[in-house]
Design a binder for this molecule. Sequence first.
Ligand code: PLP
Length: 388
Amino acid sequence: MSELDFATLAIRQGYLRTGEQEHSEAIFPTSSFVYESAAQAAARFSGEQPGNIYSRFTNPTVRAFEQRLSALEGAERCVATASGMAAIHSTFSALLKAGDHVLCSRSVFGSVPILLNKYFVKFGIEVDYVVLTDLNDWRTKLKANTRLLFIESPSNPLGEVVDIRALAELAHANSSLLIVDNCFCTPALQQPLKLGADLVVHSATKYIDGQGRCLGGAVAGAAVLVDEVYGFIRSAGPSLSPFNAWILLKGLETLELRMRAHSDSALQIARFLAQHPAVAKVYYPGLAEASTLELIKRQQSAYGGVLSFELAGGKNAAWQCIDRLKIFSITANLGDAKSTVTHPASTTHGRLSEAERLQAGISEGLVRLSIGLESVKDLQQDLQQALA
Ligand SMILES: *Cc1c(COP(=O)(O)O)cnc(C)c1O
């Protein structure tokens, strides 16, 4: 058979049916596994014989999720973690040593700079921050000891996009690794490894679950790198629970359909907001200017479900709009079937100083939407009445 398509892999890859002949994947809620003899236990622990040992590092449901996501990202190997931050923390812990330098995009999930500035610097790691879209900034800040480049593309909440292939080439010319947080696109819309990235990290909490039920994360890429991350997780323990792995495994089955629907609705809402008189500006990859749009179309198959817009009336106007919305939930989560609304300046980006916030382009009038799977007509009407 020729190579299977994404939709088939998302439903069929990575599960070994048990002797019970179940059709839907089984959950294995067990901490440990038993052996037929002392000799078999010894062989398992030494690695001489493959097989399950203990669910911190071997669990069949977790493995099924890892193998399915690995196939979807086009990775050699994938390891699952308890959350998206556990995936990022484990990757940094496994790959960095004292004296290494990290180049991190300014536009990444808020806990990442805290992790680097407050904790990793304690262990002798240097960090610099770069404007995501400015390849020249990346080039000039690379150093001989730069081990990792870390990005999200598209970024949160402004949907900015960097040329992943060009950035990977810059990184590799300096013997550095490029790590891409692929949470916003998921492999259904973008496969960074195929564009030259060395590792992909995920907050599976968002679109991979898709219904806001549980936390989870993953790291995928070349086996030599993922093996290192797996070794850290095996010893340190930020492992995914089999219950959550099962939810995420089932989430992958509908991922492509959902991502297409989120993207279609978000594009319609973005266009609606762009022509609304109360809206000063809309930030959405699908509304990018022509030269950027060309790049986005090259590396993403759609634009995703998150968009932001700016109200001229500042914070008062933003809060009033948020409070008037009837369908959208006021919550910082995203990637849910339920549409959500956030005021980044006072929540997700509230820990930044005003100067840092403005540098990141987060104004007081900015509102972020994660477009869910409700009727797009209903969502549009809700926004219409909230902005009236
Ligand atoms: C939510 C999020 C994370 C962190 O994931 P958790 O599962 O909440 O730990 C990392 N990156 C991005 C882009 C996110 O949206």
